[in-house]
Design a protein around this ligand. Structure first.
Ligand code: PMP
Length: 362
């Protein structure tokens, strides 16, 4: 390494970034259950594998830059015109593009905390100033407090529903009240990554809200319910002018041809029906896991997603290590709590046995 030369300084905002800690992965060859990343435990459908294999033959060519066919399919799926949909390589990238389109240096972005750990990173990288609003005690978003945190410098709010990692979904009346309180030039991003797992009839319907409020952008993903986490396909839904702005700042050719074809295959009616049956099975597993945990004596927030949150405070890291020892990878947030994904029946049973042991250990 050359010495005596000034090194290139990083942006102060980059020096100060909190780490994004991915969920633990199994050691090679280890027989453990992976409940650490809110993944879909089911492998891809045969029809999706075939689409991937067929698409592989075209990898010497760039993909369709704007993924027109996929955008059209997603637009139909959501029930909006195609000019309202923008795709990207995972909704985490789409979030970065949304912020790049609206946030100027020093603009404030309000988001709940604890929530998705990409938020503080995405806001800082965009040059924004993070304004965090604590969750209510039951793990729900405190939307009145978020509305109260809006200042003349606020450019956007991030609403995570269901909230990762605590699990509750925002109710329709709560979101309506937030939008009534927030000035119409402030963007409200509604992150619906776990939308398909929501069963609460009172939960907010993002598309309905977007129809009434053009300052809303929805974030969706095929990583969770559709089981394509490894291929990275997410999208935003927004009014056409905002969508065009998001598209303009997006990574060129950001969604590979293989990913586009896999996503298209997943949205075909037959495939979609099978995938949503699997979601129903996971929702049934969630109900079984939560009931068993309550039976064990745990007091947990309500989950509308594919994970359960244990507010364990200082015991968190030790519990995560114990779970790993016992063959289950979970996701600890140091000093705060443990997030455990709902996975295969056997994986959930293995975790329930661990949780029972914790109750008995006191
Ligand atoms: N939003 C939330 C709330 C999430 O939990 C996740 C995944 N952890 C994402 C967005 C990003 O998902 P992806 O980039 O795979 O689409």
């Amino acid at each position: 390494r050359p010495t005596g030369l000034a090194r290139v300084p990083l942006r102060p905002a980059v020096e100060a970034l909190p780490p994004y800690v991915p969920g633990a992965r199994p050691d090679p060859g280890a027989r453990v259950w992976k409940l650490s990343s809110n993944e879909n435990p089911y492998g891809p459908l045969p029809s999706v594998v075939r689409a991937i294999a067929d698409a592989a033959a075209d990898t010497n060519r760039y993909p369709d830059m704007y993924a027109s066919e996929l955008v059209e399919a997603l637009a139909q799926h959501v029930g909006v015109p195609a000019d309202q949909v923008v795709v990207g390589n995972g909704s985490v990238a789409v979030l970065a593009h949304v912020l790049a389109a609206v946030v100027d240096a020093g603009d404030e972005v309000v988001f709940p905390w604890r929530s998705f750990e990409a938020y503080p990173i995405a806001v800082a990288v965009a040059g924004g100033v993070a304004v965090t609003v604590p969750l209510a005690d039951d793990g729900r978003l405190d939307l009145p407090a978020m509305a109260a945190a809006v200042t003349p410098r606020t450019r956007a709010l991030l609403v995570c529903t269901p909230n990762n990692p605590t699990g509750p979904a925002v109710r329709a009346d709560e979101l309506d009240a937030l939008l009534a309180a927030v000035p119409p030039h402030v963007l409200v991003v509604v992150d619906e990554a776990y939308l398909e797992f929501v069963r609460d009839p009172q939960a907010a319907d993002g598309v309905d809200v977007l129809r009434r409020h053009p300052n809303v952008a929805l974030l969706r993903t095929l990583s969770k319910a559709y089981g394509l986490a490894g291929l990275r396909v997410g999208y935003a839904v927004a009014e056409p002018r905002l969508a065009a702005g998001i598209r303009a700042v997006s990574t060129p050719f950001g969604v590979s041809h293989v990913a586009q074809q896999a996503a298209l295959a997943s949205l075909r009616p037959q495939a979609q029906a099978e995938l949503l049956d699997r979601v129903d099975a996971l929702v049934a597993e969630r109900a079984r896991v939560v009931a068993a945990l309550r039976e064990q004596g745990w007091d947990l927030p309500e989950s509308q997603a594919n994970f359960v949150w244990f507010p364990l405070g200082e015991a968190t890291m030790e519990r995560a290590a114990q779970a790993r020892e016992a063959g289950v990878l979970v996701r600890p947030f140091a000093g705060d709590g443990l997030r455990v994904s709902v996975g295969e029946v056997e994986a959930n049973d293995a975790f329930l046995a661990i949780a029972r042991g914790w109750r008995h250990a006191g």
